[in-house]
Design a protein around this ligand. Sequence first.
Ligand SMILES: [Zn+2]
Length: 172
Amino acid sequence: MREGINKKLIADEMCGKLARWMRIIGVDTLYSKEIGLNSDEEIISYAEKTGRTIITRDKKLYFSAKKKNVRAIIISGNNLAKNISQILRIINVKPVFDPYKSFCPCCNSKVKEISKEEVRGKVSPEILSSKEVFWICTGCGKIYWVGSHHERIKKYIEHLSELLNNDSSKGV
Ligand SMILES: [Zn+2]
């Protein structure tokens, strides 16, 4: 039914927040603005070349993509969690939070674990002494660690799972 849908995405300029969440969940998601694509035509031709699926709120972009046989998913409404779960359902990805699989929310590069020694001087001494595990983005160099944001992310992802489960039980 949904074979052929590419799990690598490109989000249009209205979907920046959504792109960041998809990255955290581990879905490779480019954001059109970040890679300098400014028009519908540019986004469509990029998706065509790379095989990525377009994520958009814009009907015009959606239908233009469809016309060219470029895969696109249209989302509507202002409920971000619902939008995310809708996309996850279509690309058949379960919402889990695994930092080893996440992409950097800022730049969509892979993150890798880094030793405490290597982060010395790059984070505050308080963070260095109170945290054990660190990750670094292989693209922008941003450093991540397990902190209060982890709990918030986990809660949000649990919420996404519930949304997905509820929808599938209704057969939607
Ligand atoms: Zn990065």
